[in-house]
Design a protein around this ligand. Sequence first.
Ligand code: 5GP
Ligand code: ZN
Length: 113
Amino acid sequence: MSDTCIFCRIVAGTIPARIVAQNEVALAFRDLNPQAPVHVLVVPRRHVDSLAAADDAAEVGAVMALAAEVARLDGLAESGYRVVTNVGGDGGQTVGHLHFHVLGGRSMTWPPG
Ligand code: 5GP
Ligand code: ZN
């Protein structure tokens, strides 16, 4: 837990978020600035800087399983959706706590902008 990390503070409940789902390892909440009708962030409860720093396959697996559950809960399972993680500067990562974006509810273009 890092006092200065926004997502650690959301996990700790010290700043509010619209929680969608959770399991023992991961938490899912709505993005503050949604880029699609459904835009949910799925994070490990433990602070991990990014996918590049991920060192626990079971933890990452639990995060991904929650991402799929979020898609089912938000009605995306049939229509489809995208799961993305940004790493570092060129990846466009702005929050230094591993997170997967679950995006859906519209057709996704590729490549992303
Ligand atoms: P990144 O650019 O690091 O892949 O994604 C960070 C995401 O976190 C952005 O989509 C941004 O809108 C979202 N975000 C930043 N601060 C907050 C916050 O305090 N609460 C929530 N719910 N989302 C946030
Ligand atoms: Zn953190």
